[in-house]
Design a protein around this ligand. Structure first.
Ligand code: HEM
Length: 393
């Protein structure tokens, strides 16, 4: 049985998805000037040592880009990161997330109620709008604006994606990206200002009212953080839903077993996260000279940690290229590790579990439509379908 990456041509240059192991767990790329970390223990090492491997990679980007990183948790280090993260953690506790389940189920049910006929495009019908509605409701921004988010966020994500190819990093001011980012920041700023005037029962209001060590967040911090949640909160889950379907389509035995025993749904989702990790890569910057694997990485170097390659490391996962939801221990890195561990992991897992169960309830013969092959997000930092047409019978 061909694996999904070979079958659908997912990121041909992500060789680890195509059954090849890297020659070395850490490798310098002369063309881009970036250090690539492919191995599991090496990736773990980088993520566990934020003093050496900083999340603030703004030194590699033009100064204009840094105006959007204020309040962006993923780019913060040390005490600043701890303070902001503490502030928002209570909105994502297991209890808060579990309480969202009835509303989450209702949203997915309504979206699937609109699906008709023998085939449907899963991303448009479910995988895209579902997490957007959930995160937009949580924040309190009008759900009616969701199509605007898609356009704005897709363009903003290009900036992050450029990190995977340093040759593309260039000043963004005046470009489509710069304008899109500005538009999105303006939009979130308006929403934050509105909450200052008229507080509501939503996360945006919590953010504008919150105090960290006696300080309030600035409008820019609130806007950028809310923007991060919107961006992080939906494109990732969109990819996870699509990737889970792609895996099940290629491994029908596991699909049948999950259908017969719904208790297996969470394990299938975990294995899909390992097997096709939606966030393929994150970036760090060396603050000092570092030792990693057999390599010496000088200070001020750009380091790309490939979660998706580490998740195929045979030193950690027996027969890593086998899709096997019954693995004894998964411990994948799809949600990262350490102080930046994904804030929304619980929410993403819940959304995926609810969506997969509803899909199973409704459709007996769900499979990828061979006449309409899926297309994929081209950005190297992401692995997931942009369109995915499914047959329902
Ligand atoms: C399948 C879905 C998701 C995946 C695969 C994913 C993956 C990740 C990864 C790998 C990181 C760590 C990045 C790094 O260390 O540089 C991260 C961080 C983060 N994620 Fe997620 N994520 C998902 C869903 C979500 C959701 C639903 C939300 C919010 C509603 C969210 C919010 C965040 C935030 C705020 C951070 C930054 C945390 C910090 O820097 O302290 N994510 N995510």
């Amino acid at each position: 049985m061909t694996n999904p990456a070979d079958r659908w041509g997912i990121h041909p240059d992500h060789f680890w998805l195509h059954g090849q192991q890297p020659e070395q767990p850490v490798r310098f790329d002369e063309e881009t000037g970036a250090w690539n970390v492919y191995g599991y223990p090496e990736a773990q090492h980088v993520l566990a040592d934020p003093e050496t491997f900083a999340s603030d990679t703004s030194r590699f980007f033009p100064p204009e880009a840094s105006m959007y990183s204020e309040g962006d948790l993923t780019m913060m280090d040390g005490a600043d990161h701890r303070k902001l993260r503490k502030l928002v953690t209570h909105s994502f506790t297991p209890k808060t997330v579990a309480d969202l389940e009835p509303r989450i189920r209702q949203v997915a049910t309504e979206l699937l109620d609109a699906v008709e006929g023998e085939r449907f495009e899963m991303v448009t019908a479910l995988a895209y709008p579902f997490p957007v509605i959930v995160i937009a409701e949580l924040l309190g921004v009008p759900v009616s604006d969701r199509d605007r988010f898609r356009e704005m966020v897709n363009q903003i994500l290009q900036i992050g994606a450029q990190a995977a190819d340093m040759s593309q990093v260039q000043p963004e001011e005046g470009t489509g990206n710069g304008q899109a980012t500005q538009k999105f920041a303006d939009y979130m700023n308006e929403q934050a200002a509105e909450r200052r005037k008229r507080p509501r029962e939503d996360l945006l209001t919590q953010l504008v009212e919150a105090e960290v060590d006696g300080d309030r967040l600035t409008d820019a911090q609130v806007a950028n953080f809310a923007g991060l949640l919107l961006a992080a909160g939906f494109i990732t889950t969109t990819m996870l839903l699509g990737n889970t379907m792609l895996c099940l389509d290629r491994y029908p035995r596991h699909f049948a077993e999950m259908r017969d025993d719904r208790a297996k749904v969470p394990a299938v989702i975990e294995e899909a996260l390992r097997f096709l990790s939606p966030i393929a890569m994150t970036a760090r910057a060396t603050n000092v000279n570092a030792e990693l694997g057999d390599c010496r990485i000088p200070r001020d170097k750009f380091v790309q940690v490939w979660f998706s390659a580490a998740n195929r490391d045979p030193r950690q996962f027996e027969r890593p290229d086998e899709f096997n939801p019954s693995r004894e221990s998964s411990a994948h890195l799809a949600f990262g590790r350490g102080v930046h561990f994904c804030l929304g992991a619980g929410l993403a897992r819940l959304e995926a579990r609810v969506a997969m169960n509803l899909l199973l309830d409704r459709f007996d013969g769900l499979r990828v439509d061979p006449d309409n092959p899926p297309t994929f997000l081209p950005l190297p930092a992401f692995t997931g379908p942009e369109t995915l047409t499914l047959l329902t019978k």
